[in-house]
Write a protein that binds this ligand. Sequence first.
Ligand code: ZN
Length: 65
Amino acid sequence: MADVLDQVDERETRINEMRIQAIRNAGRELHPIGECHWCNEPFDAGSPKLFCDATCSTDWGRRKR
Ligand SMILES: [Zn+2]
């Protein structure tokens, strides 16, 4: 019985680690997509911006954490 619980626990821990890793990677590998990553406001073609302003950037960062 304890073994089964340990296995479930271990699997959940691994899933959580993967989620955390995915969030970290998203933050590190954020690149311009032609629109705001937070509110999807479209930018001019070729714009290197990630967010339309600091508010979106802050909100995005807060959500990720
Ligand atoms: Zn925005």
